[in-house]
Design a protein around this ligand. Structure first.
Ligand SMILES: Cc1cc2nc3c(=O)[nH]c(=O)nc-3n(C[C@H](O)[C@H](O)[C@H](O)COP(=O)(O)O)c2cc1C
Length: 138
C-alpha cells in the first residue's frame, strides 16, 4: 500500500543528498542488480499470513535459485504489524534466505511496527546515520 516504498524513497533521497550512489528498485529484477561492490538495503512489508509482498515474489524466487551470494553485503528493513502472529516474517525470512546463500549482513534488521509508527519513514531516517556508519567501516 506504499509505506515500504515511501520509506525506501526517503532513505534513497537522503543517501543521494549525502553523495552516496544509490539506486531504487521498486520491482527488483535479480538479474539486473549488482551483487558485488554494492550494498542491498532491502525494505519490505509482510502480507497474507507472513508472506512477501507481490513486488518481491519473482525476486525471492530468483534468489532461491542461486547457489551462492558470498560477495553480497546487505541489510533489511521490515514493516509489519504486531497484531499478526507472523509479525515481520517477510523481512525475517528474506534475511535468513540471504544469510543461507552466504551473503553478509552488515547491520541488524530494522523492524517498524506500523501500529507504533505515525511516520515510519521518520524512524528509518533517524536510524540511517548509524547504518551509514556501519557501511563506512566495511
Ligand atoms: C491483508 C494484510 C495482511 C498482512 N499480514 C501481515 C503479516 O502477516 N505480518 C505483519 O507483520 N504485517 C502484516 N500486515 C501489515 C502490513 O505489513 C503493514 O501494514 C505494512 O505497513 C504495509 O506496508 P505497505 O504500505 O508497504 O504495503 C498485513 C496487512 C494486510 C493489509
Amino acid at each position: 500500500m506504499g509505506s515500504a516504498e515511501y520509506v525506501g524513497e526517503q532513505l534513497a533521497e537522503q543517501l543521494i543528498t549525502q553523495g552516496i550512489n544509490t539506486e531504487v528498485h521498486d520491482q527488483p529484477n535479480f538479474s539486473e542488480i549488482n551483487q558485488e561492490n554494492t550494498i542491498w538495503l532491502l525494505c519490505t512489508s509482510t502480507y497474507g499470513a507472513g508472506d512477501y509482498p507481490e513486488n518481491l515474489l519473482a525476486f525471492v524466487e530468483d534468489i532461491n535459485q542461486v547457489d551462492d551470494l558470498k560477495g553480497l553485503n546487505f541489510s533489511v528493513i521490515g514493516l509489519g504489524d504486531t497484531s499478526y502472529d507472523t509479525y515481520n516474517l517477510a523481512g525475517r525470512n528474506l534475511e535468513q534466505l540471504l544469510l543461507s546463500k552466504g551473503a553478509h549482513r552488515i547491520a541488524d534488521r530494522l523492524e517498524l511496527n506500523i501500529l507504533d509508527e505515525q511516520l515510519p519513514e521518520d524512524t528509518a531516517l533517524a536510524w540511517l546515520p548509524s547504518w551509514i556508519e556501519k557501511v563506512s567501516s566495511i
